[in-house]
Design a protein. Structure first.
Ligand code: PFF
Length: 451
């Protein structure tokens, strides 16, 4: 990123090019959330109804909240911790604190799943991929236990090491290759999937909601779909505040938002078009795949494709790059928070945090129940709470300035009014309802798991 900015991050320069900002934001947004988390949650939440609710939430909540973060970032020229001081509303810093805590938890298991991707990448080079029951057994072996802990350590070392060595900009540039490659590979796999015997049943499940039960289904999947909308767009943690703090005032925040959300959503939808035909063809019920859905279904596909081991290795390598560029953005928020709060230098803060995050993630590398426990709490509760606080701040405390900010750089004025109305009257009640349902759901999940 530094190189793209043409200077050190802390000097308040703007992005050298529009593409620099878009790449960093897309690099953060596109990650395990699109390719691993989205298909598995869709499978667990009943398929098409979840897809419908998720898409509605991305459009109606995701876009306005992304713009809320962009406005806070560009207006304040600060990271999420300093932003509220800069705007003279220090008490709203609590939103930044919620985001940093969420980041801390998210990165601890994100790194475990990143470790799975490394193991799958290596599998193509060593023993090769296997289909059927072998694929499920391989996932069970990969996901929990010593191997999972070791590769969690490898992933966290990569994140900490790359940030400490300052070669992160190179990796962010890798997004120029990574995103198109992921799209090409996913399109190819989706086309192959469409030829399989389970394809039509899979599309029925994934794309055609049962309209007679849609409303009740929608309510029950609301917290999971909202958590996913936030997670995939990197919202609620202040990542997008940081990135927008480098955006020049001549840019239209609105058109950048459209591009980022469009790419992110397209990749998630494509991932579903890949996973479900393979799951149905292999006779795995979509809800049973759980967090292993993408790994089991793809390993099965790579086992059967010509040159599958090579394609698989390339695919998981791209997934690893996507995961790393997202992980950096999370790490950045957590590190900035600790530097600011405890007055520590960047290098020791980065190393210390990488170690603490590694330790925090160990339970999730031993038992997938903990992974779901961390994941639900951070996404369905903390990210939504962070987004709610930021939206309340912009809609009710800082509205006039926010309106002025969003209209800079060719954003149509009708849109500014429309956006502000949504941020005031629509986003907060929906997020509040979601949060209430999520808290109840989480309590029930804890009860059924531990008592
Ligand atoms: N958006 C990333 C993904 O979809 O994998 C994950 C993520 C990054 C979540 C940054 C939250 C965040 F602040």
């Amino acid at each position: 990123m530094r190189e793209l900015l043409g200077t050190h991050m802390d000097a308040r320069e703007t992005w050298a090019t529009r593409i620099g900002f878009i790449l960093a934001a897309v690099g953060s947004a596109v990650g395990l959330g699109n390719i691993w988390r989205f298909p598995f949650l869709t499978g667990e939440s009943g398929g098409a109804a979840f897809l419908v609710v998720y898409l509605c939430l991305v459009l109606l909540i995701g876009i306005p909240v992304l713009l809320v973060e962009f406005v806070i970032g560009r207006r304040s020229n600060r990271n999420p911790i300093g932003a509220f001081d800069e705007l003279n509303h220090s008490q709203w810093k609590i939103a930044g604190v919620v985001g940093a805590v969420a980041g801390f938890i998210i990165l601890s298991y994100y790194s475990v799943v990143g470790g799975w991707a490394i193991q799958y990448m290596l599998a193509g080079l060593t023993d090769g991929y296997v289909a059927g029951e072998g694929a499920e057994a391989f996932f069970a072996e990969t996901a929990s236990g010593t191997g999972a802990i070791v590769f969690h350590a490898v992933f966290m070392t990569l994140v900490g090491g790359i940030v400490a060595l300052g070669v992160r900009n190179g990796l962010e540039k890798a997004a120029t290759v990574m995103v198109p490659s992921v799209v090409v590979l996913l399109v190819g796999l989706a086309l192959y999937g469409s030829t399989l015997s389970g394809a039509s049943e899979a599309y029925q499940y994934y794309l055609y909601p049962d309209t007679s039960t849609l409303l009740s289904d929608a309510i029950s999947v609301l917290p999971a779909a909202a958590g996913q909308a936030f997670f995939t767009l990197s919202l609620g943690m202040g990542v997008m505040i940081t990135y927008a703090s480098y955006v020049g005032e001549d840019r239209s925040l609105l058109s950048d938002t459209g591009l980022i959300v469009g790419i992110d959503t397209a990749i998630a939808i494509l991932a579903g078009l890949v996973v479900f035909p393979f799951l149905f063809t292999q006779g795995i019920a979509p809800g049973d795949g759980g967090p292993g859905s993408i790994f089991v279904s793809l390993a099965g596909a790579f086992a059967e494709l010509p040159a599958g081991n090579l394609i698989g290795t390339v695919f998981f390598f791209m997934l690893l790059l996507a995961a790393l560029s997202s992980a950096f953005s999370i790490f950045e928020v957590v590190v900035s928070f600790v530097i600011d709060r405890f007055d520590i230098e960047r290098a020791p803060a980065s190393v210390g945090l990488a170690v603490i995050i590694f330790i925090l993630g160990i339970p999730t590398a031993l038992d997938l129940t903990y992974l779901e426990l961390y994941d639900m709490f951070a996404n369905e509760i903390l990210l939504i709470l962070g987004g709610l606080l930021m939206s309340l701040f912009i809609g009710w405390v800082y509205a006039d300035n926010a309106l002025e900010e969003i209209q800079k750089g060719r954003s149509a004025s009708w849109f500014g009014d429309f956006w502000l109305t949504a941020v005031r009257y629509f986003v907060p009640p929906v997020l509040l309802i979601t949060l209430a349902l999520a808290v109840v759901g989480y309590y029930e999940f804890l009860q059924s798991t531990f008592f």
